[in-house]
Design a protein around this ligand. Structure first.
Ligand SMILES: [Zn+2]
Ligand SMILES: [Zn+2]
Length: 270
């Protein structure tokens, strides 16, 4: 791979809870997880059920950035192969939520009788560095912004060479100032991944739940001059047929938008 390219693979694109069955084959039923590879860095954004089955590269530096600890973003973690590799260093990053740091949350969630083994009891060497407003993971620079979601959420912008991806899942557009902030935060990014769980109609009954629409995603991507927009966190009630229809409607308004499907890879940068 070219040294300055970043690849983005959507391993899980479903919101709230995993789904399965004939109606969910094209877009996939696994919950949120996006894999980024940039040079030696292998970075997972969230650890929903999409992380299950991901095999980390042997030589990579492994990190997991968690936007927030809701179950759909954490349930895959105990099944991540990296955890079973003896001595493998894995850095897990998450901002404090409800006064709990990432160590507390991991211990709290994965402990008997809820789960037989704590994350820190696996053979891997799991570390939990601090999350600053801006920090670096090797050659990748990471910027953060606080989003709008029950309990809080972190939006990440990862930059490597001239490639940058903004990951804005579980974001509600209810606060205009935050929408403006997200537009500046996403300025000229190569790819904006945005929460479009609801149709415009459904959003009206789901205000305050912490999610957004493809319509708002398009407005933000346009104003931010994002090169590409990927809509994610699909509602568990949305079948392939419904998502294709929503995607067609979105593409009529904006030709740079696509609805995320599990297992697709995008190459960013020169
Ligand atoms: Zn979610
Ligand atoms: Zn959430």
């Amino acid at each position: 791979m070219n040294g300055e390219q970043m690849t983005v693979t959507t391993l899980g694109v479903r919101g709230s809870v995993p789904v399965s069955g004939a109606d969910f084959q094209e877009f996939g039923g696994a919950t949120t997880c996006v894999k980024i590879v940039a040079g030696n860095e292998e970075i997972y954004l969230d650890a929903g059920s999409g992380i299950v089955g991901a095999h980390p590269m042997r030589e990579s530096n492994l990190s997991i950035l968690l936007t927030h600890p809701h179950l759909d973003h954490m349930i895959g973690l105990p099944f991540f192969y990296g955890l079973s590799e003896k001595g493998r260093k894995i850095e897990v990053y998450m901002k404090k939520r409800n006064g709990l740091g990432v160590q507390d949350v991991l211990r709290y969630l994965y402990t008997p009788p809820l789960w037989p083994l704590g994350v820190f009891d696996y053979p891997a060497d799991v570390r939990t560095p601090n999350v600053w407003e801006e920090f670096r993971i090797g050659q990748v620079s990471v910027e953060t912004m606080d989003g709008v979601h029950p309990g809080g959420v972190t939006i990440f912008r990862l930059t490597y060479g001239n490639a940058s991806v903004v990951f804005a899942t579980d974001f509600e557009h209810s606060d205009e100032k935050k929408v403006e902030e997200l537009i500046s935060f996403s300025k000229d990014c190569s790819l904006l991944i945005y929460d479009g769980q609801y149709t415009d109609e459904k959003y009206e009954c789901c205000r305050g739940f912490g999610h957004s629409t493809a319509t708002v995603g398009i407005q933000i991507a346009r104003k931010a001059n994002a090169r590409r927009l990927l809509i994610t966190h699909h509602d568990p009630e949305c079948t392939d047929r419904m998502l294709r229809q929503m995607e067609n409607e979105a593409q009529e308004k904006y030709d740079k938008v696509r609805f995320a499907r599990c297992g697709e890879t995008f190459t960013l940068g020169k």
